[in-house]
Design a protein around this ligand. Structure first.
Ligand code: M6R
Length: 603
């Protein structure tokens, strides 16, 4: 989704802003812009399309400005046009915005009736106009920001610069925002993502909702001051040193980030097992020993929701504890039944997904403890949770989530084993080691999966099927394929096909059937039903199985032996490769698929 980077300091702001925006490109956007102060005037440069377009415009002018704010926009209100791109500005202020102003329509009409003009169709410009109105009424900049913020509804983050000073202002409500400083270089930074500030701001601060941060750079120092909306000083912010490394973001020798991230999985699986069983992570897992709750409410979106479905099976089958899994955008509006004695478990790579955060908020309001399985330490989900189970996946750049899924599900498995009190069972470590070994084997044999992709990539539709523990993997396999290859793909429980979807089957449809060792005969019967209707059959199943070899038009043989609970994670990696190769053959933008954003920070 949208990205924000701002700078004030003695150097040219263009470099760090463009570098920061490039790092946020993976999140998805459709236009980009920057506001600089040149000859004491606010000058806005913006362009539709890729950041490259903005860079070309900047290079043609070679501007120098000690202060600037930049933005990559993912359109919500108003089409993808240069006018709608951010920053929005006038002769006094310039503003960038992430999120949605829900009452923008009403406010805009009122402001227009008062004679204010608008240059764009965005909700964001409403904030600029409000701010300007309050300022012209004689309020200070801080007061005007606070009044404008109190007038709007919805979840948003804003960064503001003004013509009169070199100050940066930032504030937010349920949207990601981080401010940073480099004391030695006298530089102040602001962003929607700490990753943009790596290598620039060693100290970073996360202001809470409704806290205004004012970054002031003088000839001798940089100061970050925090204020409540009534302009009294605030201590409602969290400090963190920015320890991330920029190297983590290179593609290395891989053609795509997605491919690199799939290949990272064996090492990350081993690392996570060591962290939670042998090292620091053991402490938080030990707290779960013997833990029981009346019901787990698992909530997440997309791939993280699929990981939730896998984890639900662990909690139910291993721990015999009730677990419900909801899509966050449904849970938040369904007036869920939440009682004392239950726990909310929120799963998210980014920790910034708006719907997931809203569910966490809802559980907090109802007095239910909130736990997270999350990748980004310091994210909003992380900061607001009572207990965090980090997945330690490192930065995931590919929009299609791969390694995060595996590590989310594995973390859930470790939680389940911790509740059971079997973390010390030496078989657990070996079992996870076996998973990483099998995934590594898959990585080295991915060429054979490419051959399967070559046979099917031109087909019209794809139905992924699985039973029991593989049912969530059918969903995840289909999601991966549709998001990066832009083909129609659905996941179904294998036994459900004959209740409707089988009507779709003809020779243009591929059935990617996950046939695990459990319920093997029944699953094979389901495949036979598709075959009888001329569907193209791809079986992801146990190796050395003559019946499967005979039945399948294409076969991805896997070694399920000994994997038991972890086999769904293994099968899923095969489907990640399959989706990747189909997308590559189709020539899509694998790392940044159309219409998608890495982190969905609006509802
Ligand atoms: O950051 P989150 O894990 O909360 O994101 C949730 C979904 O938006 C995400 O998993 C999405 O479905 C991915 N593009 C799937 O590959």
């Amino acid at each position: 989704m949208c990205g924000i980077v701002g700078y004030s300091g003695p150097n040219n702001s263009v470099g760090p802003i463009i570098e920061g925006l490039s790092r946020l490109e993976y999140r998805g956007y459709d236009s980009a812009g920057i506001c600089l102060k040149i000859n004491n005037e606010l000058q806005i440069l913006k362009k539709e399309g890729k950041l490259e377009n903005l860079k070309e415009l900047i290079n043609s002018q070679k501007p120098f400005s000690n202060i600037g704010i930049g933005h990559t926009r993912w359109a919500t209100h108003g089409a993808v046009t240069t006018d709608n791109a951010h920053p929005h500005g006038n002769e006094i202020f310039a503003v960038v915005h992430n999120g949605i102003i829900e009452n923008a329509g009403t406010l805009k009409k009122e402001l227009q009736a008062e004679g204010f003009q608008f240059k764009s169709q965005t909700d964001s410009e409403v904030f600029l106009v409000l701010l300007t109105k309050f300022f012209k009424q004689g309020n200070s900049t801080l007061k005007s920001i606070s009044k404008a913020f109190e007038t709007i509804t919805g979840n948003s983050a804003f960064v503001i610069m003004e013509k009169a000073t070199d100050k940066l202002y930032a504030l937010k409500r349920s949207a990601p925002l981080v401010v940073g400083e480099n004391k030695d270089l006298r530089e102040a930074y602001v962003s929607s993502d700490p990753f943009a500030l790596v290598g620039f701001a060693p100290k970073i601060y996360f202001p809470q909702d409704g806290v205004i941060c004012e970054g002031t750079v003088t000839t001798c120092e940089v100061n970050l001051n925090f204020y409540e909306l009534d302009l009294t000083p605030s201590n409602r912010y969290k400090f963190q040193s920015n320890s991330m490394s920029v190297d983590a973001t290179s593609k290395g020798h891989y053609e795509h980030y997605m491919l690199k991230e799939i290949h990272e999985q064996p090492a990350l699986i081993d690392k996570l097992a060591a962290f939670y069983i042998k090292n620091e992570g053991r402490k938080v897992l030990n707290e779960l020993k013997g833990f029981k709750c009346d019901e787990w409410h698992l909530t997440a979106c997309g791939t993280a929701w699929h990981a939730g479905l896998v984890i639900k099976n662990y909690f139910e089958q291993i721990n015999r504890q009730r677990a419900s899994v909801d899509i966050a955008s449904e849970f938040r509006y369904k007036n869920p039944i939440l009682n004392k004695g239950e726990v909310g478990l929120f799963i998210s790579q980014s920790g910034e997904t708006a719907d997931t955060l809203a569910c966490q908020e809802l559980c907090k309001e109802k007095g239910i403890p909130t736990y997270s399985i999350v990748n980004v330490e310091g994210s909003t989900l992380f900061r607001n949770a009572d207990k965090n189970f980090l997945i330690h996946a490192g930065v995931e750049i590919g929009v299609a989530s791969t390694k995060a899924f595996t590590l989310q599900a594995l973390t859930g498995y470790l939680m389940s084993r911790a509740m059971e009190g079997t973390l010390d069972d030496s078989r657990l470590f070996s079992e996870i080691k076996l998973l990483s070994t099998r995934v590594a084997e898959l990585c080295s044999q991915a060429e054979s999966i490419k051959e399967v992709a070559e046979k099917i990539y031109t087909q019209k539709g794809f139905i992924f099927t699985g039973r029991g523990k593989y049912f969530p993997i059918a969903f995840e396999g289909a999601l991966k394929l549709k998001e990066i290859a832009y083909v129609h793909a659905e996941g179904y429980a294998a036994g459900e096909l004959k209740h409707g979807p089988i009507a779709l089957i003809d020779e243009s449809i591929v059935n990617i059937a996950i046939v695990g060792p459990e319920l093997l005969e029944k699953t094979i019967s389901n495949v036979e039903e598709v075959k009888a209707r001329r569907g193209f059959i791809v079986i992801v199943g146990p190796k050395n199985h003559p019946e499967i070899e005979h039945l399948a038009d294409a076969y991805i043989p896997l070694d399920f032996n000994g994997l038991d609970n972890l086999s769904p994670l293994y099968v899923n990696v095969a489907l990640q490769f399959l989706a990747y190769h189909i997308a590559k053959l189709k020539g899509t933008d694998i790392d940044k698929p159309r219409n998608l954003a890495k982190s969905v920070t609006v509802e």
